[in-house]
Design a protein around this ligand. Structure first.
Ligand SMILES: Nc1ncnc2c1ncn2[C@@H]1O[C@H](COP(=O)(O)OP(=O)(O)O)[C@@H](O)[C@H]1O
Ligand SMILES: [Mg+2]
Length: 248
Protein backbone atom coordinates (compact mmCIF):
# COMPACT_ATOMS: atom_id res chain seq x y z
CA UNK A 1 0.00 0.00 0.00
CA UNK A 2 1.36 3.41 -0.94
CA UNK A 3 -1.16 5.32 1.20
CA UNK A 4 -2.86 4.28 4.41
CA UNK A 5 -5.40 6.57 6.04
CA UNK A 6 -6.31 5.32 9.51
CA UNK A 7 -9.26 6.56 11.58
CA UNK A 8 -8.82 10.14 10.46
CA UNK A 9 -11.12 12.73 11.98
CA UNK A 10 -11.58 16.50 11.71
CA UNK A 11 -14.05 18.94 13.27
CA UNK A 12 -14.65 22.60 12.53
CA UNK A 13 -16.15 24.38 15.56
CA UNK A 14 -17.78 21.22 16.81
CA UNK A 15 -19.04 20.14 13.38
CA UNK A 16 -17.50 16.81 12.40
CA UNK A 17 -16.52 17.24 8.74
CA UNK A 18 -14.54 13.97 8.52
CA UNK A 19 -15.47 11.14 10.84
CA UNK A 20 -13.27 8.14 11.53
CA UNK A 21 -12.26 7.61 7.90
CA UNK A 22 -9.96 4.71 7.03
CA UNK A 23 -8.89 3.48 3.61
CA UNK A 24 -5.77 2.58 1.72
CA UNK A 25 -4.56 2.94 -1.85
CA UNK A 26 -2.32 0.41 -3.60
CA UNK A 27 0.69 1.49 -5.65
CA UNK A 28 -0.28 2.31 -9.23
CA UNK A 29 -3.99 2.36 -8.47
CA UNK A 30 -6.43 4.86 -9.98
CA UNK A 31 -8.79 5.58 -7.13
CA UNK A 32 -11.61 8.12 -6.82
CA UNK A 33 -13.42 9.58 -3.82
CA UNK A 34 -16.96 10.64 -4.62
CA UNK A 35 -19.69 12.16 -2.50
CA UNK A 36 -22.12 15.06 -2.56
CA UNK A 37 -20.97 18.64 -2.02
CA UNK A 38 -19.85 19.09 1.58
CA UNK A 39 -19.22 15.36 2.09
CA UNK A 40 -15.66 16.11 3.24
CA UNK A 41 -13.59 15.20 0.16
CA UNK A 42 -11.45 18.34 0.10
CA UNK A 43 -10.99 18.18 3.87
CA UNK A 44 -9.67 14.61 3.60
CA UNK A 45 -7.17 15.74 0.96
CA UNK A 46 -6.08 18.60 3.21
CA UNK A 47 -5.61 16.21 6.13
CA UNK A 48 -3.54 13.80 4.03
CA UNK A 49 -1.27 16.45 2.55
CA UNK A 50 -0.71 18.37 5.78
CA UNK A 51 -2.68 21.45 4.70
CA UNK A 52 -4.92 20.99 7.76
CA UNK A 53 -4.05 19.47 11.14
CA UNK A 54 -6.14 16.41 11.94
CA UNK A 55 -7.86 15.83 15.28
CA UNK A 56 -7.34 12.07 15.32
CA UNK A 57 -5.88 9.29 13.25
CA UNK A 58 -2.78 8.56 11.22
CA UNK A 59 -1.63 8.90 7.64
CA UNK A 60 1.11 6.62 6.32
CA UNK A 61 2.71 7.29 2.94
CA UNK A 62 5.19 4.80 1.51
CA UNK A 63 5.64 3.34 4.97
CA UNK A 64 6.41 6.71 6.55
CA UNK A 65 4.12 8.24 9.16
CA UNK A 66 3.39 11.70 7.70
CA UNK A 67 0.62 12.58 10.16
CA UNK A 68 2.13 15.71 11.64
CA UNK A 69 4.52 16.71 8.89
CA UNK A 70 4.25 20.11 7.21
CA UNK A 71 2.80 20.20 3.68
CA UNK A 72 6.05 21.03 1.85
CA UNK A 73 7.83 18.07 3.48
CA UNK A 74 5.03 15.72 2.50
CA UNK A 75 5.31 16.99 -1.08
CA UNK A 76 9.06 16.30 -0.98
CA UNK A 77 8.35 12.70 -0.04
CA UNK A 78 6.53 12.29 -3.34
CA UNK A 79 2.91 13.01 -2.49
CA UNK A 80 1.76 15.79 -4.81
CA UNK A 81 -1.61 17.46 -5.14
CA UNK A 82 -3.70 19.95 -7.03
CA UNK A 83 -6.37 22.17 -5.55
CA UNK A 84 -10.07 22.57 -6.17
CA UNK A 85 -9.50 26.28 -6.69
CA UNK A 86 -6.76 27.39 -9.05
CA UNK A 87 -3.48 27.82 -7.19
CA UNK A 88 -0.96 29.47 -9.49
CA UNK A 89 0.94 32.77 -9.61
CA UNK A 90 -1.34 34.63 -12.05
CA UNK A 91 1.20 37.33 -13.02
CA UNK A 92 4.00 34.91 -13.86
CA UNK A 93 4.24 33.25 -17.24
CA UNK A 94 3.39 29.59 -17.65
CA UNK A 95 7.11 28.79 -17.94
CA UNK A 96 7.92 30.75 -14.79
CA UNK A 97 5.19 29.05 -12.77
CA UNK A 98 6.47 25.57 -13.61
CA UNK A 99 10.09 26.64 -13.23
CA UNK A 100 9.35 28.06 -9.77
CA UNK A 101 7.85 24.72 -8.77
CA UNK A 102 10.90 22.82 -10.05
CA UNK A 103 13.20 25.24 -8.19
CA UNK A 104 11.26 24.77 -4.97
CA UNK A 105 11.38 21.02 -5.32
CA UNK A 106 15.11 20.95 -6.02
CA UNK A 107 15.69 23.29 -3.09
CA UNK A 108 17.67 25.65 -5.29
CA UNK A 109 17.69 29.36 -4.73
CA UNK A 110 18.85 31.89 -7.25
CA UNK A 111 22.37 33.25 -6.98
CA UNK A 112 24.72 35.48 -8.95
CA UNK A 113 26.14 32.63 -11.00
CA UNK A 114 22.96 31.25 -12.45
CA UNK A 115 20.90 32.78 -15.17
CA UNK A 116 17.27 32.67 -14.16
CA UNK A 117 16.12 31.74 -17.64
CA UNK A 118 18.37 28.72 -18.00
CA UNK A 119 17.78 27.28 -14.56
CA UNK A 120 16.16 23.87 -14.94
CA UNK A 121 15.11 24.88 -18.43
CA UNK A 122 15.11 21.27 -19.69
CA UNK A 123 13.07 19.96 -16.74
CA UNK A 124 10.62 22.82 -17.08
CA UNK A 125 10.21 22.30 -20.83
CA UNK A 126 9.65 18.58 -20.28
CA UNK A 127 6.88 19.27 -17.80
CA UNK A 128 5.28 21.82 -20.13
CA UNK A 129 5.32 19.26 -22.93
CA UNK A 130 3.87 16.60 -20.68
CA UNK A 131 0.83 18.71 -19.80
CA UNK A 132 0.50 20.08 -23.34
CA UNK A 133 1.43 23.71 -22.66
CA UNK A 134 4.52 24.19 -24.87
CA UNK A 135 2.77 26.79 -27.03
CA UNK A 136 1.57 28.70 -23.98
CA UNK A 137 4.95 28.89 -22.25
CA UNK A 138 5.26 32.68 -22.52
CA UNK A 139 1.62 33.45 -21.77
CA UNK A 140 0.76 35.25 -18.54
CA UNK A 141 -0.79 32.50 -16.45
CA UNK A 142 -3.74 34.53 -15.19
CA UNK A 143 -4.84 35.18 -18.78
CA UNK A 144 -5.05 31.50 -19.73
CA UNK A 145 -8.35 29.75 -20.27
CA UNK A 146 -9.62 27.84 -17.27
CA UNK A 147 -8.74 24.50 -18.85
CA UNK A 148 -5.16 25.61 -19.53
CA UNK A 149 -4.87 26.88 -15.95
CA UNK A 150 -5.85 23.44 -14.66
CA UNK A 151 -3.26 21.88 -16.98
CA UNK A 152 -0.71 24.29 -15.56
CA UNK A 153 -1.63 23.24 -12.04
CA UNK A 154 -1.03 19.66 -13.06
CA UNK A 155 2.42 20.60 -14.39
CA UNK A 156 3.20 22.34 -11.10
CA UNK A 157 2.06 19.29 -9.12
CA UNK A 158 4.25 17.03 -11.28
CA UNK A 159 7.30 19.21 -10.64
CA UNK A 160 7.80 17.57 -7.27
CA UNK A 161 8.24 14.21 -9.06
CA UNK A 162 5.40 12.61 -7.15
CA UNK A 163 4.87 8.90 -6.77
CA UNK A 164 1.27 9.70 -5.94
CA UNK A 165 -0.99 12.58 -6.92
CA UNK A 166 -4.11 13.80 -5.18
CA UNK A 167 -6.29 15.72 -7.63
CA UNK A 168 -9.19 17.69 -6.19
CA UNK A 169 -11.82 18.14 -8.90
CA UNK A 170 -9.29 18.40 -11.74
CA UNK A 171 -12.03 19.23 -14.25
CA UNK A 172 -14.14 21.59 -12.12
CA UNK A 173 -15.55 24.41 -14.24
CA UNK A 174 -14.47 22.87 -17.54
CA UNK A 175 -16.51 22.35 -20.64
CA UNK A 176 -17.28 18.76 -21.65
CA UNK A 177 -14.56 18.92 -24.31
CA UNK A 178 -11.96 20.26 -21.87
CA UNK A 179 -13.02 17.66 -19.31
CA UNK A 180 -12.44 14.75 -21.66
CA UNK A 181 -9.10 16.11 -22.85
CA UNK A 182 -7.94 16.70 -19.27
CA UNK A 183 -8.98 13.26 -18.09
CA UNK A 184 -7.21 11.61 -20.99
CA UNK A 185 -4.12 13.65 -20.24
CA UNK A 186 -4.18 12.72 -16.55
CA UNK A 187 -4.72 9.04 -17.26
CA UNK A 188 -1.91 8.91 -19.83
CA UNK A 189 0.52 10.72 -17.52
CA UNK A 190 -0.42 8.34 -14.71
CA UNK A 191 0.29 5.34 -16.96
CA UNK A 192 3.56 6.75 -18.35
CA UNK A 193 4.94 7.71 -14.96
CA UNK A 194 3.52 4.80 -13.00
CA UNK A 195 1.69 7.28 -10.80
CA UNK A 196 -0.80 6.38 -8.14
CA UNK A 197 -3.85 8.62 -8.40
CA UNK A 198 -6.48 9.58 -5.87
CA UNK A 199 -8.96 12.07 -7.27
CA UNK A 200 -12.30 13.66 -6.55
CA UNK A 201 -14.58 14.44 -9.45
CA UNK A 202 -18.17 15.60 -9.74
CA UNK A 203 -18.71 14.12 -13.19
CA UNK A 204 -19.87 10.55 -12.55
CA UNK A 205 -19.35 9.53 -16.17
CA UNK A 206 -15.68 10.42 -15.81
CA UNK A 207 -15.33 8.65 -12.47
CA UNK A 208 -16.96 5.45 -13.62
CA UNK A 209 -14.98 5.36 -16.85
CA UNK A 210 -11.47 5.78 -15.45
CA UNK A 211 -11.43 4.87 -11.74
CA UNK A 212 -10.39 1.34 -10.83
CA UNK A 213 -11.76 1.74 -7.36
CA UNK A 214 -14.29 4.19 -5.94
CA UNK A 215 -14.73 5.30 -2.33
CA UNK A 216 -18.05 6.87 -1.40
CA UNK A 217 -18.13 9.57 1.25
CA UNK A 218 -21.34 10.80 2.83
CA UNK A 219 -21.53 13.38 5.63
CA UNK A 220 -17.89 12.84 6.50
CA UNK A 221 -18.07 9.06 6.62
CA UNK A 222 -17.03 6.41 4.13
CA UNK A 223 -20.17 4.45 3.35
CA UNK A 224 -18.97 2.24 0.51
CA UNK A 225 -15.98 1.30 -1.57
CA UNK A 226 -15.14 -1.07 -4.38
CA UNK A 227 -14.93 -1.46 -8.13
CA UNK A 228 -17.13 0.81 -10.27
CA UNK A 229 -19.54 -2.09 -10.79
CA UNK A 230 -19.73 -2.85 -7.07
CA UNK A 231 -20.33 0.78 -6.18
CA UNK A 232 -22.94 1.23 -8.90
CA UNK A 233 -24.81 -1.82 -7.61
CA UNK A 234 -24.62 -0.84 -3.94
CA UNK A 235 -28.17 -0.02 -2.72
CA UNK A 236 -26.97 2.38 -0.02
CA UNK A 237 -25.01 4.33 -2.61
CA UNK A 238 -27.94 4.32 -4.98
CA UNK A 239 -30.19 5.77 -2.29
CA UNK A 240 -27.84 8.39 -0.97
CA UNK A 241 -25.91 9.35 -4.01
CA UNK A 242 -27.97 8.56 -7.06
CA UNK A 243 -31.37 9.04 -5.46
CA UNK A 244 -31.91 12.43 -7.02
CA UNK A 245 -30.57 11.38 -10.41
CA UNK A 246 -32.94 8.43 -10.54
CA UNK A 247 -35.94 10.65 -9.82
CA UNK A 248 -35.14 13.18 -12.51
N1 LIG B 1 -12.07 25.64 7.03
C1 LIG B 1 -13.32 25.25 7.31
N2 LIG B 1 -13.99 25.81 8.33
C2 LIG B 1 -15.25 25.42 8.65
N3 LIG B 1 -15.94 24.47 7.99
C3 LIG B 1 -15.32 23.88 6.95
C4 LIG B 1 -13.98 24.23 6.55
N4 LIG B 1 -13.64 23.46 5.49
C5 LIG B 1 -14.69 22.67 5.23
N5 LIG B 1 -15.70 22.91 6.09
C6 LIG B 1 -16.98 22.22 6.14
O1 LIG B 1 -16.72 20.83 6.16
C7 LIG B 1 -17.63 20.13 5.31
C8 LIG B 1 -16.86 19.37 4.25
O2 LIG B 1 -16.32 20.29 3.32
P1 LIG B 1 -15.41 19.84 2.10
O3 LIG B 1 -14.33 18.97 2.61
O4 LIG B 1 -15.01 21.07 1.38
O5 LIG B 1 -16.44 18.98 1.25
P2 LIG B 1 -16.36 18.51 -0.29
O6 LIG B 1 -14.99 18.76 -0.79
O7 LIG B 1 -16.73 17.06 -0.25
O8 LIG B 1 -17.41 19.31 -1.02
C9 LIG B 1 -18.59 21.17 4.77
O9 LIG B 1 -19.74 21.20 5.55
C10 LIG B 1 -17.80 22.46 4.88
O10 LIG B 1 -18.67 23.55 5.02
MG1 LIG C 1 -14.28 19.85 -2.40
Amino acid sequence: MILQVENVQKSFDGFIAVKDVSFSVAKGELCSIIGPNGAGKTTIFNLITGHLPLDKGRVIFNGIDITRRPAHKICRLGLGRSFQRINIFPKLTVFENVQAAVLTHRGQSLNFFTSVQSLFRRETEELLAMVGLQDQRQAVSGSLSYGFQKQLELGIALACEPAMLLLDEPTAGMSARETNATIELIASIARDRDLTLLFTEHDMAVVFSIAERILVLHQGQLIAGGSPDEVRANPVVQDIYFGKARCS
